[in-house]
Design a protein around this ligand. Sequence first.
Ligand SMILES: Cc1cc2nc3c(=O)[nH]c(=O)nc-3n(C[C@H](O)[C@H](O)[C@H](O)COP(=O)(O)OP(=O)(O)OC[C@H]3O[C@@H](n4cnc5c(N)ncnc54)[C@H](O)[C@@H]3O)c2cc1C
Length: 306
Amino acid sequence: MRGYDLTIVGAGPAGLTAGIYAARAKLDVVLFERMLPGGQVATTDLVENYPGFPEGISGSDLMVRIAKQAEKSGLNVQSKSVEKVSRRDKLCLVKTDDGEVHPSKAVIVATGTEPRSLGVPGEAEFKGRGVSYCATCDGPLYRDKKVAVVGGGDSAVEEALFLTRFAEKVYLIHRRDRLRATRVLQNRAFENKKVEFVWNSVVTEIRGEKALESVFTKDVKTGQISELEVDGVFVYIGTLPNSNIFEEDIQRDERGFIITDQNMASSIEGIFVAGDVRSKLLYQIATAVGDGATAAFAAEKFVEER
Ligand SMILES: Cc1cc2nc3c(=O)[nH]c(=O)nc-3n(C[C@H](O)[C@H](O)[C@H](O)COP(=O)(O)OP(=O)(O)OC[C@H]3O[C@@H](n4cnc5c(N)ncnc54)[C@H](O)[C@@H]3O)c2cc1C
């Protein structure tokens, strides 16, 4: 049983940044990631609001750079999924999917979020064959086809615009009469002739025989049901925190996101939480890397004091 000063869970922007700071501080640190390093950013085509890249940068390129920097700092990244994090006798215990338990003086949980699903008939049936949560991954399959994007925030509008590169038409279905997305993205969507807005509407069903054929929407004001013929549906209606690894009760907000203080300390001693899995105002790369740096610095102080 190998022990560490610090264990980090998740190799998105928050976890990798925490890893860079912790490795440079010469902590004995390990990072566990269940997939490839990169996190959600790696699934987006273009990042235009992360400072330092005036022309923008592809999400995967940005994450390759951050992962390289972490490697150069000497961060030990291991490909394992973390199943449980707990606190016993002044030590944190991190159980991985190979059955090993890793004692650690402190832990940083940076597990991010996963897409919220619509929960309507047909969604599960067509998931991966018409219903997608990743336009960058699946967009090129819809060349000259019709698709619907569900949502009204930055991700929905950004990905709808990306899909116009391939699809002949992109319906943007939103439950309100205005978008939540940043103004610059809204303007681009309004100017794009391929984007058609379906306002005040929610998706009620996704249908098809062998392949996905249409999406049914309900006007939330009039109750009217409409059918849109589409080949694909991309869902961007928010996220759910990946926060089910804690054995003890941990303080959360009403949506399940972990509550921390300004130094990223959670309600469990020695467990710090950074990035999108944390309850906060703005869920972006810039705030995730800030959280990661703060969490690593706070964890370093915590380890030194013990
Ligand atoms: C489509 C889309 C477009 C976006 N565009 C932008 C943009 O243009 N600009 C911007 O600033 N932000 C953008 N964002 C938001 C940005 O991606 C997130 O704010 C950021 O990725 C959060 O980083 P994170 O490290 O907290 O979490 P994540 O990036 O979600 O990384 C979490 C990591 O933890 C891993 N993990 C989870 N559970 C476990 C476990 N049990 N064991 C081991 N590993 C685990 C996951 O596999 C993942 O790699 C976008 C998001 C999406 C979905």
